[in-house]
Design a protein around this ligand. Structure first.
Ligand SMILES: *Cc1c(COP(=O)(O)O)cnc(C)c1O
Length: 395
């Protein structure tokens, strides 16, 4: 069977590098195909009415997607994975678990699309949201109410790379009988596994590091609890935001190299952060690996490394920061993150432009802020590129 359960293999259970390649991906039982085939197929033969061979219709289940879901569950140390057609599709499914009148506490710097879904879609369905600084335990505790059913966390956050204490906040959520969900897109399971820290649900945009090659959009949820998985599976099938077999295949292709890619992302980012920290034209570097980062100790405890994202503040105007992001050659001017290629963007003019300027400045998102997704090109080329672009902008 292609859908061999990875947890049967004690021999490689301990090593994520091996599970990334093999979990959920035994060679095809019928053909011996080494790689999971792309099962481009909508419906499945039944041997008698109601008696299928494990699959009946591809929205409900598809063998390529099953292998991906098993692979992702293994990476996140969870029992069950569910794949979606986008990260927003997975986040939407978490909200499907709630009922009108329920209260949700979320971080005040969650992904913009998450904020939009919560406030512009689900407030109309009578869900009630409070957005708080989730690095401040007391602020989160104060926001929890008897009707709070979900605590939604993201760590590290975007673009200021704040780090949130998953274990402490999962405990807090459980004290209030609420679910704790963590968007683990930035860290990936190679660096941080929220279920091991006590979270109930892990959410991913597979579009980023897990796909890893900027060629696919996808999402996933991973949980440990059987009943919770059954409820998520009900909404996955009922709402229908499921990925096709080709997208599932592309993400499976990506997860095999996640550990080696992340090692290089982390190594390059660490070197660039240290170099930018000493740069005379840079006033601030946001990267949890720096000793000066306000949650550095927590990041060192909670994460296995500090990730491939950093932001820095140019000692200059919005226009000068624009010139930097327009002048790079190795770093491509684009939104998104997590691919093998380096990307650069200016939050004030791009990803966070929808936030009114006053509010944006108050949140620390200054005009001169620049965010980079550090790719896996040669470090010397990345450093030279940024150096030249900063010089071009400020001279
Ligand atoms: C991109 C992203 C999402 C949304 O995922 P899509 O695949 O674009 O729908 C959610 N959370 C975070 C942290 C992201 O970076």
């Amino acid at each position: 069977m292609a859908n061999d359960d990875s947890t049967d293999h004690d021999s490689y259970e301990d090593h994520i590098e091996t599970r990334a390649i093999h979990a959920g991906q035994a060679p095809d039982g019928e053909t011996g195909a080494l790689m999971t085939p792309i099962h481009a197929n909508s419906t499945y033969v039944q041997d008698s009415p109601g008696k299928d061979r494990g699959y009946e219709y591809s929205r409900t289940g598809n063998p390529t997607r099953t292998d991906l879901e098993a692979n992702l569950a293994s990476l996140e140390s969870g029992a069950h994975g569910r794949a979606f057609s986008s990260g927003m599709g997975s986040i939407n499914t978490v909200l499907n678990l709630l009922e009108a009148g329920d209260h949700v506490v979320a971080g005040d710097d969650v992904y913009g699309g998450t904020h939009r879904l919560f406030t512009q879609v689900y407030e109309d369905y009578d869900l009630d949201f409070d957005f708080v600084d989730t690095t401040d335990h007391d602020a989160v505790a104060a926001a929890m109410r008897p009707d709070t059913e979900l605590l939604w966390l993201e760590t590290p956050t975007n673009p200021l790379m704040r780090v949130v204490d998953i274990a402490a906040l999962a405990d807090l959520a459980h004290d209030h009988d609420a679910l704790c969900a963590v968007d683990n897109t930035f860290a990936t399971p190679y660096l941080q596994r929220p279920l091991e820290d006590g979270a109930d649900i892990v959410s991913h945009s597979l579009t980023k590091y897990l796909g890893g090659h900027s060629d696919v959009v996808g999402g996933a949820l991973v949980v440990d609890d059987d009943d919770l998985d059954e409820r998520i599976g009900f909404y996955q099938n009922s709402v229908g935001a499921t990925p096709g077999p080709f997208e599932s295949f592309l993400v499976l292709r990506g997860t095999k190299t996640l550990p080696v890619r992340m090692d290089r992302h982390c190594e390059n980012t660490r070197a660039l952060a240290t170099w930018l920290d000493d740069h005379p034209d840079v006033s601030e570097v946001y990267y949890p690996g720096l000793g000066s980062h306000p949650q550095h100790d927590l990041a060192a405890r909670q994460m296995d490394d500090f990730g491939g994202m950093l932001s820095f503040e140019l000692d200059g105007s919005l226009e000068e920061a624009s010139t930097v992001v327009e002048s790079t050659e190795v770093f491509t001017l684009a939104e998104s993150l997590g691919g093998v290629e380096s990307l650069i963007e200016q939050p004030a003019a791009m990803t966070h432009a929808a936030i009114p300027r006053e509010e944006r400045l108050e949140a620390g998102l200054t005009d001169g802020l620049i965010r980079v997704s550090v790719g896996i090109e040669h470090l010397d080329d990345q450093r030279r590129d940024l150096d030249r672009a900063i010089d071009a902008a400020l001279d």
